[in-house]
Each structure stands twice: as C-alpha cells, then as structure tokens.
Ligand binder design. Structure first.
Ligand code: AMP
Length: 213
C-alpha cells in the first residue's frame, strides 16, 4: 500500500492518515510534521523552513524531496507508506515518481479530499493539536474534555503558528496555484480517487478504506 493523500490544508489528510496507519500499520509520512520537528529541534533545516512555513509558503522542492527520499528507504516503509502533504507541486510528484521507479515501486492510489473553502477556514481557525500524540481537536466541533489537554494522552494542546486567518488564506492560495495541478497529473495516470471530505470522520474513513483496499 503506497498512498498519497491530496487535499487542501484542513481537508482531513492528517486525521485520515493517522487512522490508516492504525488500521493497516503503514507509516504516515507528513512532510509538515517532519519540518515542524526540525523547527522544534532548532536544526539548520528547521531554521530555513520556519520563515516560509509561518508565511504560508512552500518549502523548496529539493528540501522536501530530500526528506522523502531519506524516509521511504527506511525499514518500516518496506510494505508501503501513506504520504500526507507530499507531493505539493508537479516537480515534487515527478521526483517522487523517479525515485520510486528506481526502486521498482509505484503509487497505488491518490486520494483527493474535497472540502469547501468556508469549511476549511472554519476547521483551521478553531483547530488545536496534541503536542504528544498529534491528535486533533476543534474548539466547536470536537472540543477536548479538559481545555488545552489531549483526551487520548493527557499532553498539552497547541495551536499551530500557521493556523491564523492571514496565513491560512495564503496557504489556501498556494494550494490552489501550486498543488491543484496534481489532480490532473494523477487523473491522467489513472490513480486519482476523489472523496467528499466533509461529514463524519468515521464515514469518510470507511470510504477511504474501500478506495484503497
Ligand atoms: P502541513 O502540515 O502539511 O499543513 O504543512 C505545513 C507547512 O509545511 C506548509 O504550509 C509548507 O510551508 C510546509 N510543507 C509541508 N509539506 C510540504 C511540501 N511537500 N512542499 C513544500 N512545503 C511543504
């Protein structure tokens, strides 16, 4: 199972990738999470990425392609992986195809989550994330039992620096300009599967499972 989850920020890729990981045991590879970890650790990569991420812009293709190339050759990726937030440009998709081709591998499915801009804005502005396990909460639709604390692991919740209205608008604009051409790219290859990303997380997950298994 080698999957790509495509869709704008807030479409639910991270949530569905986490659920797929729990059900099928394939690692979730989120370039956003890898970059945020580098920022936390204060690495050179983190310092370079931080400014761009806080402005809602994309990190350079060669950086994220390098991260993916290193990650997918790890032992736990042997039976597949779930790419969450990568690729985000045609160039990244081409580099990924080239890398996989050299390994005699290919992508099995690309799941594209469709959600209205209004709903994305609502989701992202009210979103908080667990600093421990990465679980997601929403101030209105999925509040934690105890304010600021994760229901699952008890660690503190935080709001991402780029989850503010101004940066969200930029991220959505960047998505529209740079990432939506990937739909056509994967449609032409015959492995694009489009799914309505609004509604209950569990119902969406059932549909995703049918699409990928
Ligand atoms: P995400 O967690 O997927 O919403 O990503 C957060 C931010 O990390 C994005 O707004 C970009 O600045 C950066 N980022 C994550 N993945 C990529 C990628 N594949 N290409 C370029 N930048 C990325």
């Amino acid at each position: 199972m080698r999957l790509i989850l495509l869709g704008p920020p807030g479409a639910g890729k991270g949530t569905q990738a986490k659920m797929l990981n729990e059900k099928f045991g394939r690692p979730q590879i989120s370039t956003g999470n890898i970059l945020r970890k580098s920022i936390q650790e204060g690495t050179e990569l983190g310092c370079r990425a931080k400014v761009l991420m806080n402005e809602g812009k994309l990190v350079q293709d060669d950086i994220v392609v390098g991260l993916i190339r290193e990650r997918i050759i790890e032992e736990d990726c042997q039976n597949g992986f779930i790419l969450d937030g990568f690729p985000r440009t045609i160039n990244q998709a081409e580099k990924l195809a080239e890398t996989l081709n050299n390994m005699n591998l290919s992508i099995d499915a690309v799941v594209d989550f469709e959600v209205s801009t209004e709903e994305l804005l609502h989701r992202l502005t009210g979103r908080s994330t667990c600093s421990g396990c990465g679980a997601m909460f929403h101030i209105a639709s999925c509040p934690p039992l105890k304010k600021g604390i994760c229901d699952s692991c008890g660690k503190a919740l935080y709001q991402r620096e780029d989850d503010n209205r101004e940066t969200i608008k930029k991220r959505l604009e960047v998505y529209e300009n740079e990432t939506t051409p990937l739909r056509e790219y994967y449609r032409k290859q015959g492995n694009l599967k489009t799914i309505q990303g609004s509604g209950s997380v569990e119902k969406i997950f059932s549909k995703v499972c049918l699409m990928v298994s």
